[in-house]
Design a protein around this ligand. Structure first.
Ligand code: PLP
Length: 353
């Protein structure tokens, strides 16, 4: 008897992991630096006492999906929820990808789009972004018409580069795709335009969102998409029965009652982001503009990986993207609290001195 080898096509793939190092200032995974409101926690604690834990949860997540529909001004049958938006992406690949099918991505972008596609046995076809990391519409149109992907991924604002896609380009690509266009809006609240406004029952567009970032609920693992009901129905067919636990359904439903507080946190992060960018102007770094809660930058006087280690020695963890294709020498820093950002800027100044 022997333990079998896992699937051959997993062999070369490493997981997508940012090291969870125990340091004082963790600016590596784009979480919110602030907790959700105390009122939310109080309401959650009270409702948890009413959950019938011996029973399976509401399989249709009716209350949660209705709350999200109300938040976006859409119908409940346009909402699909899962355990983090990564699971939404996985469900999309399970339902619309698979062997013999492909997804299109435009690099550099969110690594999990191609990673999840590979895990589901889906081929990945890659186009490159322009040198300034904006989407080249001609490249995108040529790629999708040549390769016929059943899913085309965009990420807006794009992780790890920071800028939102141009609405005109998104609309034009929607006209050109032979399959679904998935716009990952994990940082959507930081942008001044959302593709949710273009979602229509007759259009192959879906928009994914998460509670992990602006909602300060990364621990809860909750994400969703807004899209046509036929897509939602297809995703329900690949989701495991009762995949959304009762606890999470309550947490999400209550969270959206505190949308004003969420927007205030977004405002604070935006102000701090501008402050970091202003400080970068006096340092030997190239920084890219950002419409999100992180900044991509490239130290000019030392190697990215050395700077990453130098920051870690000073108790600051950022994301080392310096060896990623198209991002040579670059690091990505998440905007933290004012104090955390001060610590980061002091450490960076020392490391670059
Ligand atoms: C953080 C992030 C997500 C969030 O994934 P969850 O599974 O919801 O935590 C999704 N997409 C992008 C681009 C992200 O940066």
């Amino acid at each position: 008897m022997a333990i079998p080898e896992p699937r051959d096509d997993l062999g070369l793939r490493e997981g997508y992991h940012s090291p969870q190092v125990d340091v004082a200032v963790r600016l590596n995974t784009n979480e919110s630096p602030l907790p959700p409101p105390a009122e939310w926690l109080a309401a959650l604690t009270e409702e948890l006492g009413r959950i019938a834990f011996n029973r399976y949860p509401d399989r249709d997540a009716t209350g949660l999906r209705q709350a999200l529909a109300d938040l976006h001004g859409v119908r409940r049958d346009q909402i699909f929820c899962a355990n983090g938006s990564n699971e939404v992406l996985q469900s999309l690949c399970l339902a619309y990808g698979g062997p013999g099918r492909s997804v299109a991505v435009f690099e550099p972008t969110y690594a999990l789009h191609s990673h999840i596609a590979h895990l589901t046995g889906t081929e990945v076809v890659e186009g490159q972004r322009r040198p300034d990391f904006s989407l080249d519409l001609d490249v995108a149109r040529d790629l999708v018409s040549a390769r016929g992907p059943t899913i085309t991924f965009l990420c807006s604002p794009n992780n790890p580069t920071g800028m939102a896609e141009d609405p005109t380009a998104v609309r034009a690509l929607l006209e050109a795709v032979p399959g679904l266009l998935v716009v990952d809006e994990a940082y959507g609240q930081f942008a001044d335009w959302s593709a949710v406004s273009v979602v229509d029952d007759a259009s192959p567009l879906v928009v994914t969102r998460t509670f992990s970032k602006t909602w300060s609920m990364a621990a809860a693992r909750l994400g969703y998409l807004v899209g046509p009901p036929v897509v939602v129905a297809a995703l329900e067919r690949v989701a495991l029965p009762y995949h959304l636990d009762a606890f999470k359904q309550v947490a999400g439903r209550l969270a959206v009652q505190f949308v004003g507080e969420m927007e205030q946190r977004v405002g604070l992060v935006v102000r701090e982001r501008q402050r970091i960018l202003a400080a970068f102007a006096g340092l030997p770094v190239v920084a890219w503009p950002s419409q999100s809660n992180f900044i991509l930058f490239r130290p000019e006087t030392r190697k990215g990986n050395e700077v990453w280690h130098g920051l870690l020695d000073r108790g600051v963890l950022v994301r080392d993207t310096s060896a990623w294709p198209g991002l040579t020498g670059c690091l990505r820093v998440t905007v933290g609290t004012p104090e955390e950002n001060d610590t980061f800027l002091t450490a960076l100044t020392e490391v670059l001195r």
